[in-house]
Design a protein around this ligand. Structure first.
Ligand code: WT7
Length: 677
């Protein structure tokens, strides 16, 4: 099993000792949205699927649903069928009667001299409606069309998403840091003819040109058969174009100018069927091609609303800040859809946490009176490194803090609790995935004790279990690692892989499904792709991916995607990626390549490979090193032994290599790697 750093099962199991519990304060529990200790009795498997009806009741439906759960197209489950609703209506319109003047979004620009924008629900309503009118009338988009959104962390991102949702358009948000090529892949796969972008944005004090990337993305998409006929360009400074990339006539439209036509226009929220898709979110898997996870409307909205209420404990008066990027699922579920559906106030910060200094986050928290803070272990590690004494200097108080995206080391957890939480905040370690829409495991904050380094039991409604390779369930406390699976369907789960139902079924159910014709949900346990252990108390400790996915700073990178990028360099014969442990990021990819016969190793080839990866995927996939090796360590059947390469990179034990076809190569590579670092 791959634990993210090339370790073996054995090492993973003994990596952490059992930790002491931490208990939520009485003060927290007294105010918690969920403090009924008997809650799990209402969510036992024998009450599935009806226990999810309460989640749907948190939404406003145009037409009430008739059936909680429909298994007719197993395992593409349908939720709350017969019902109609609109996600944008649930996030905006339904709050207007009581909370029109309440802040929905606090947008914090990176430059401190630019003041925070407080967008009320009324204003969000106006801006979403006017932009929806533009999408409908200028861009000629209609229900069911896909739209690619490539925006930085600005208020226009949720505005664009909610405008799409209002019209029943399926949005595909591409993380701002992806390369033009990665953006093009998503445009092509989703079949988008409209791209929504911005001219520029601030990062580390610099105004970064963003729109140039989109021009390249459109050119690449066109080469692959998908023409983008309309590019909608927001301006970072309205009225002033801040990109060096020229506007393309008949294609590019400056949103601010065009919006003048739509002043005061209101667009009715489309009545969507519960099972209609709301968005696609691409993620890495085992193969070289990212998959478009398709999330539905009713099930997804019900799930993220309930999770925001019960696990994030968002109340109407709270100010909630999640530092994730809107281009990832965390941003979709827990910056935009969940918190706004509850009528909360959500913070969006444009820039980096250390600009202009390590105290920036805490000034934002202090000034906006943030009381719920949501971030990732990689950010916590880096905040600790750059400014361990900063949190003390500012007057903020969090009632609840979230960690997500990768396992958190108990020691880092304790620092988070003591220094950022000031020993007063409850922590929820939320374990989930792009595919799952919302949380799988976490402690219910007002009820359950926390355990550093452990995500906790399944959240109410989710019944996870550790499966061994023969599909036996390993009981809690067995101390054996296995595959984390979910025994029941849940409303937040993706509906399918966009355009590839077979891939959905084989990736997530293939291995343990009992029969491909079964319509019984019990026959379709969901496979997370993570290894884990369940301790006696029912808590799950996630060990890391069991497939070829590397978790870098809480972001998923497919090894196969990086290898495929390296292979685009003509001189390369073979490529193998392994994860290497990193103090802040958790892991980083490291690449080994071998060359075609007759090609000599050179620094130019190393650079070509590195550039190809940045071009194909983006800077986030940058490898620690690119090693040109004379040959890959291989089994006699010719399979590259990534495990051996991983051990070399991490200075671990390579184990017995005598059964390899070329054992001598191992020492040669070891020498090369050890000498040059
Ligand atoms: C993978 C999913 C879901 C939000 C962000 C990442 C790892 C996620 C935890 C956690 C240990 C975690 C898993 C998972 N992961 N949360 N709390 N503890 N590991 O979404 O990019 O789809 O990645 O992230 O390996 O499979 P994603």
């Amino acid at each position: 099993m791959n634990n993210g750093t090339g370790g073996t099962d054995q090492q993973s199991e003994t990596r952490w000792k059992e930790e002491e519990y931490f208990y939520p304060s009485k003060e927290f529990t007294a105010q918690a949205n969920l403090n009924d200790k008997t809650v799990f009795e209402r969510f036992t498997l024998d009450k599935f699927p009806d226990y999810y009806a309460g989640f749907a009741d948190m939404l406003t439906w145009f037409k009430p649903w008739d059936k909680v759960f429909d298994a007719s197209d197993a395992p593409c489950w349908k939720w709350f069928t017969g019902g109609t609703l609109n996600a944008s209506f649930n996030c905006i319109d339904r709050h207007l009667a009581k909370d029109a003047n309440k802040t929905a979004i606090h947008f914090v620009p990176e430059l401190e001299e630019e003041k925070t924008e407080h967008i009320t629900y009324q204003e969000l309503y106006v801006r979403v409606n006017e932009f929806a009118a533009l999408l409908r009338d200028t861009a000629k988009l209609k229900r069911g069309d896909r739209v690619t959104i490539h925006l930085p962390m600005v208020a226009e991102a949720p505005i664009a998403m909610l405008a799409c949702a209002r019209l029943g358009l399926v949005h595909t948000v591409v993380f701002g840091g992806f390369s033009a090529n990665a953006c093009a892949d998503r445009i092509v796969d989703s079949g988008s003819r409209v791209l929504i972008t911005m001219d520029a944005y601030y990062r580390s004090g610099k105004l970064i040109d963003h729109k140039g990337v989109d021009d390249e993305a459109c050119a690449l998409a066109a080469e692959n058969g998908q023409k983008v006929d309309t590019v909608l360009v927001w301006q970072r400074y309205p009225g002033k174009y801040s990109s060096a990339a020229p506007l393309v006539p008949d294609r590019d439209i400056i949103v601010g100018d065009e919006l003048k036509k739509y002043y005061g226009v209101r667009v009715p929220a489309e009545e969507m069927r519960s099972e209609d898709p709301l968005f696609l979110m691409y993620t890495s898997g085992t193969t070289g091609k990212p998959k478009g996870c398709q999330h539905g409307t009713g099930g997804y909205m019900a799930y993220v609303t309930a999770m925001s209420k019960y696990i994030l404990d968002i109340h109407p008066e709270d100010v909630y800040w999640c530092t994730a990027d809107i281009g990832w699922i965390t941003g979709h579920s827990f910056i935009v859809y969940g918190p706004l559906s509850l009528g909360g106030s959500s913070v969006i910060y444009e820039g980096v946490p250390t600009y202009p200094d390590a105290g920036r986050n805490w000034r934002i928290a202090q000034d906006l009176n943030v009381n719920i803070f949501h971030t990732a272990p990689t950010a916590i590690r880096s905040l600790r490194k750059v400014g361990p004494d900063e949190p003390k200097k500012y007057n903020f108080k969090f009632k609840l803090m979230v960690t997500v995206g990768e396992p958190i080391e108990p020691e880092v957890w304790r620092w988070y609790e003591k220094e950022i939480g000031k020993s007063q905040a409850v922590i929820v370690d939320t374990y989930w995935q792009t595919e799952t829409g919302g949380f799988l495991c976490a402690t219910v904050p007002g009820i359950a004790p926390m355990k550093p380094g452990s995500a906790g039991p399944g959240v109410p409604g989710i019944h996870p279990a550790i499966f061994d390779d023969e599909a036996n369930i390993l009981p809690p406390g067995s101390n054996k690692a296995g595959n984390i699976c979910i025994r029941n369907p849940w409303p937040g789960c993706m509906q399918t892989v966009w355009g590839d139902r077979d891939r959905f079924v084989s990736s997530y159910f293939g291995r343990y499904s009992v029969s491909s014709d079964s319509k019984d949900w019990r026959d379709w346990p969901y496979i997370t792709g993570d290894g884990g252990i369940q301790t006696q108390d029912g808590y799950f400790r996630v060990l890391g991916r069991t497939d070829d996915v590397i978790n870098v700073s809480g972001h998923r990178l497919g090894s196969k995607e990086i290898e495929a990028a390296a292979m685009t360099v003509p001189e390369i014969a073979e490529a193998a990626v392994v994860p290497i442990a990193h103090e802040i990021k958790g892991a980083e990819p490291e690449l080994y390549v071998s060359l075609k016969p007759g090609v000599a190793a050179s620094p130019e080839i190393v650079k070509k490979v590195a550039d190809a990866i940045t071009f194909q995927i983006g800077k986030i996939a940058k490898c620690r090193n690119v090693w040109i090796v004379p040959d890959m360590p291989k089994t006699r059947s010719g399979k590259i032994m990534r495990r051996v390469l991983g051990a070399i990179s991490n200075k671990g034990d390579v184990g017995n290599v005598m059964t390899l076809a070329n054992p001598e190569i191992v020492e040669e590579i070891q020498k090369m790697v050890n000498n040059q670092k």
